[in-house]
Design a protein around this ligand. Sequence first.
Ligand code: ZN
Ligand code: ZN
Length: 539
Amino acid sequence: MACALCTYETNKLVRIHSVRLGSLKWSLNATILLGICLVMLWNRKYQHFDQVVSSVTAKVKGVALMHLPGQGGVVWDVADYSRPSQDKKSFLVVTNVIVTNKQKQGRCPEPPVSGRLCRHDNDCDTSTWSQHSNGIQTGLCVKFDALTRTCEVTAWCPIETKTRPPRPAVLASAENFTVLIKNNIRFPAFNFIRLGDVVRQAGQNFSQMAVEGGVIGIQIKWDCNLDLLTRRCLPRYSFRRLDENESNKTLYPGFNFRFAKYNMVDGVEERTLYKAFGIRFDILVFGQAGKFSIIQLVVYIGSTLSYYALTTVLMDWLIQTSCYSADVGQNYGEKKVESVEDGKKGVLSVSYVDQDHIRVVKMSLKRRLQDANTVAVETRREDAGHVTMAVSVLQAQVDPRPVLKPDTERQSWCGCGRCTASALPQEELCCRRSEGPCISSSALFERLVLHRPLLEALLLYRDPLSPAPAATSGHSTATLRHCAYQQYVAWRFGVPPAATCPAIPRCCVGRIREEFPSPDGRYSGFTLANATPAITTQD
Ligand code: ZN
Ligand code: ZN
């Protein structure tokens, strides 16, 4: 008794001897191998990768002369225009300023853009502050200029009035400043870059961006190969603008901040307010370092094995489609696929005189059996007992009987010319595929299938205690007819394929019925009910 633990199932393969298919297979496999090797070398799939951990410092160099209103020409150096931001991985360069000179603590009207317009003191609140205002309202309504009156505030006076930054930017020459970026990973790499080039490579115009400021990302991508033979570790720089550059689309475009310089004048504190517009540069470092790893290589090779299945898929598709010769394709298909039916009714086996194999087909009540699709092809297995019997029978001489010539009209599906039409399509099966003589007209058919003494001897052999034919009126014609069907099947099919019901051609059925007719001339026919695998006879 076979148990699940002590058996092993493996796949059965079909070998096709064909130069065309063989060379196609090897060229497809070679193409796949080439592709896999190229990807492996290009993407360094044989390496183990680690993230690069690095530190970055940046230093800006440059001096610029600018003309500030009320101050004339002023030279700004790195202490003035550049300030380190809290985040170490970014630095800031001031490109434009709005200066408000000599601010003192006091009371003054707010400019109309940030304050509230008024006519009387009643329009102003006391001790309140709004989001846009620069100070705390005193509750008075005072003259701002000849035409407008605004609420008075306690604040640093005079209040900054300009809202639009100067054009062109006062520090536009910052374009020529250089920045030194020091990026350490395992060994340091230095790079000098001009700010104008950075902004240009980010697809921006420096002089336009300098007016309102902005944020530029400096991306440093490391791709290190730490293998001994090709040791190389080079950073690749790329730049892009990170903030919204359409100034009309955002509420606060660009990048700006305020700072002040304080001094004492006659014991009173004064300050100069700067609204600075600048470009902030954020340095983003990412990358990987790869080193040869046998585990990675094995994992990669394992993951590529499935691609070779593409060859099988493609070739099977080629064989099955009409790209290949249709006959050959069907032959391969039948050899490749072995159908096993679940003991179902209606699976028939068909044997043609002019073909060596036995075809397995599915019975259809709509389609003529002669035209049914072949599900599988089986080799004919001889029934040894029947062969022995047949040989001994054939050694005895029997007078040949004249073969009756039927006067039926020839059916379109019939190749032997002796088949009659049937109301049941599953009965319309010829003894041959091509045109030629009918098996029922052969002398062997007479002697093996229709010879009454042989059939009676067989019936007696199977049931020795049945009454001797001589003593009674003999076996009934129905018994003899069924025995003749069995003789035909044993002769033509040998041992029929498992789980199939052998189908007897129309010409042979007609000939047997002619010899052993039913008394009332009625036969039940070949139906699903009697086409079960176990029963090999028909009425
Ligand atoms: Zn026929
Ligand atoms: Zn025939």
